[in-house]
Write a protein that binds this ligand. Structure first.
Ligand code: BGC
Length: 720
């Protein structure tokens, strides 16, 4: 029998309180239990039974509208209070339309596109009955061994803040009277906190770091998400300074709830509550649950510990029912924000069908994002291809549909992916030749067929599509070796002996070590895992229809021994000098990366000159700089502003990105860019996450990568 009435907005608080007052302990516990469908081997009858019993508040991984609505019907019509269910999913880089992986997207340095892809993903996923996405991941990623760098926005805290915020806006939209639009999803910032700092780049490994680093590198993106109104946050799997993040009171109460003022819902990662026992921190299930409730961990994802333990703990007064009420309140509040009490069925199969049709139109955005994600890393005159060029296309990933979908592809099907081979064959260009079997032939006996050699020798250029497969990146995909696979390297070398005009298009989910490949690749294009329009985007770049404008958001190392490597490291007392004994260096390789953060070439040349700083008033400046497109091709440039403190209360990194502009300049055009700088530009955090600004001398540096020319550096003085 139903006791609920639709309600929303200003009635939210009284509505939830009144509902809570009617709920039994069992019903409350059911709400804070999230069930991952794989736990029950995908058996639908089992889910229905759980719902009927009131043992579940939200599901993870139900992606079909019919299934979702069927379960919702059970919740609404066959339970005592008819409380609707929530459906969650990792909608990370698209739902029906697969966009580039987040690391690739971040190389666009285009927050509007990053927002837009989240908005489209939200519309498609919401149509499939999903309410809640476990994205964005805002773990600042500095170690390419960690497979989840693919899901990140790279190594820089400021960019992670910017792009994470863009995603939240795209997923959630602007709440109107506290309500989410029908086409939006609840976002979830994850993984709180410092999950990416896993020792040795090995997923799930121990995290041990100073509060200073936590405050300055890992917390700011979460703060920004919270300021942006993110409704939920997920804690990390790992141990943080000796205590699992899932049950870490300092982290979850002192920092998240108090310092960051997060009042939304906190969910554990998958089975992480149970794993606090494996970590050697919780004694047993009851201990884990008690600790988690003390940390205001609202929802238990898939360990079932809340479901199986909470009642007894409340009964024995180990846990106060009022603590459970807080968690249930937050969960119900999400359901109110989604309008589920008014309309538990936000979508229908008919609505889903209309959205499927739209996905054709969304491929246009997918292509544009993919084009802007591509980073040109090296170009010895081979690119763009000329109309007269006879070009061969080959390589392991030339026609590999799966590898472009990548980690967390939701409903994107491999068949809908345009590979490079397909994009080329659609051109019907008589000058283009697809050598699809060349790689497999070569793998068999390290040689090519005679006709292949003949053809290669007659071509002007060969595009070789190399990289790593989709399943090499993502969760639990840490790697100790980041170089190009031996077979792929040998293949490229063998081609180069017949024809040295090799352009490599690299498809991968992390920075790879390309030093062994570079001697054979006259041009190198980093194409990442680009999603459904990968092939068309890559070909548009190769042909010069689109001028590459992507810039790296993660440093490319020369060797695994340099990891972690990132541009905004600290000074040392003995700064690096290649040949100098007793400086901070390796004796066997240089400290320099292969490609630095912020780097990316274009088919045109840009100059950045004439930096002028004018002081507007105390602690307020305008910095102007001229950017000119010197070539005869239109293009886009990312102009980056870095700061560097000479000294301070704490030693600060050698440089830190603080602003950037992505601008379009037609051939020969020149523009003057203006950046505003004030005291806040120099802010950072102390160990207790209090904001600090040190008076003193700073360098302002502007360039088109993190390597800045001396002429574009100026000193300014920040006053007390
Ligand atoms: C991942 C999370 C993800 C969750 C649910 C976990 O293994 O660490 O990022 O949201 O699974 O799929």
């Amino acid at each position: 029998m139903k006791v609920l009435k639709a309600t929303s907005g200003i009635f939210e608080d009284s509505f939830i309180k009144s509902l809570l007052s009617k709920m039994t302990i069992e019903e409350k516990i059911g709400q804070v239990n999230q069930v991952g469908t794989s736990i029950y081997g995908g058996k639908e009858e089992h889910y229905e039974k759980l719902v009927r019993n009131g043992s579940v508040g939200s599901f993870l991984s139900i992606k079909e509208i019919e299934k979702a609505n069927k379960l919702q019907k059970v919740a609404v019509e066959e339970t005592r209070l008819g409380i609707p269910l929530l459906f969650a999913e990792d909608v990370v880089h698209g739902f029906l339309t697969t966009f580039p992986i987040p690391l690739a997207e971040s190389c666009t340095w285009n927050s509007e596109l990053i927002r837009k892809t989240a908005e489209i993903a939200a519309e498609e996923a919401a149509a499939a009955g999903i309410h809640w996405t476990f994205a964005p991941m805002v773990d600042v990623s500095r170690d390419a061994r960690w497979g989840r760098v693919a899901e990140s926005f790279g190594e820089d805290t400021f960019l992670t803040e910017e792009f994470g915020a863009a995603k939240v806006t795209g997923f959630q939209g602007n709440l109107c009277n506290g309500q989410l639009d029908r086409n939006r999803l609840i976002a979830c910032g994850k993984h709180f906190a410092a999950y990416s700092e896993a020792e040795a780049g090995r997923d799930y490994n121990t995290v041990d770091l100073s509060s200073y680093k936590l405050a300055n590198v890992y917390l700011p993106p979460f703060k920004r998400l919270i300021d942006e109104g993110v409704l939920t946050i997920m804690s990390s799997f790992s141990l943080l300074n000796g205590i699992p993040a899932t049950t870490n009171k300092k982290l979850l109460i002192d920092i998240l709830r108090e310092k960051l003022s997060f009042s939304g819902l906190l969910i554990s990662d998958w089975n992480a509550l149970q794993e606090t026992i494996t970590h050697g921190f919780s004694k047993d299930y009851e201990d884990a649950v008690k600790k988690a409730i003390d940390c205001q961990l609202d929802v238990d994802m898939s360990s079932l510990l809340y479901l199986n333990t909470l009642k007894e703990l409340i009964h024995r007064q180990v846990i106060n029912e009022s603590s459970l009420d807080k968690a249930v309140y937050r969960l119900l509040s999400l359901k109110v924000k989604l309008g589920l009490f008014e309309n538990p069925y936000r979508s229908s199969p008919e609505h889903y069908a209309t959205i499927i049709n739209k996905s054709k139109e969304y491929r246009e955005t997918a292509r544009q994002v993919a084009e802007e994600s591509i980073v040109l890393l090296k170009n010895e005159e081979l690119l763009p291809l000329k109309n007269t060029d006879k070009v061969g296309f080959t390589g392991k990933y030339l026609n590999d549909h799966n590898s472009m979908l990548d980690t967390w592809a939701c409903k994107g099907s491999a068949q809908e992916i345009i590979t490079v081979a397909q994009a080329v064959s659609e051109k019907k260009n008589k000058q283009y030749f697809i050598l699809e079997d060349a790689y497999n032939d070569f793998k068999k006996d390290r040689s090519f067929k005679k006709e292949t050699i003949n053809l290669i020798s007659k071509l002007d250029k060969i595009v070789v599509v190399l990289g790593e497969k989709a399943t090499d990146s993502g969760e639990a995909k840490s790697k100790a070796i980041l170089g190009i696979e031996q077979d792929q390297l040998e293949f490229t070398k063998a081609i180069s002996t017949v024809n040295p005009n090799i352009i490599v298009a690299l498809m991968n989910g992390r920075p790879m070590i390309v030093s062994t490949l570079l001697p054979y690749a006259k041009s190198l294009v980093e194409t990442w895992h680009l999603g459904c329009e990968a092939g068309s985007a890559i070909l548009n770049i190769l042909e010069g229809k689109i001028n590459p404008s992507g810039k790296l958001t993660m440093t490319f190392p020369r060797h695994e021994g340099q990891l972690p490597i990132y541009y905004n490291h600290h000074h040392t007392g003995r700064p690096y000098q290649l040949e100098k004994f007793n400086t901070t260096r390796y004796i066997d390789i240089s400290n320099e990366p292969e490609f630095q953060f912020g780097f990316g070439l274009s088919y045109t040349n840009f100059s950045i000159d004439n930096m002028q700083v004018s002081k507007l008033k105390k602690n307020s400046w305008q910095v102007s700089i001229d950017v000119a497109n010197l070539g005869d091709r239109d293009g886009q440039e990312v102009v980056q502003l870095y700061i560097g403190a000479k000294f301070g209360t704490y030693a600060r990194p050698v440089k830190e990105l603080r602003d950037y502009r992505k601008i379009k300049l037609v051939a020969k055009e020149k523009k003057t860019l203006c950046f505003q700088i004030d005291r806040d530009t120099f802010a950072y955090y102390d160990e207790l996450f209090n904001k600090l600004v040190d008076a003193g001398e700073y360098l302002i540096m502007i360039g088109n990568s993190s390597q800045i020319e001396q002429k574009n550096m100026t000193r300014i003085e920040v006053e007390e």
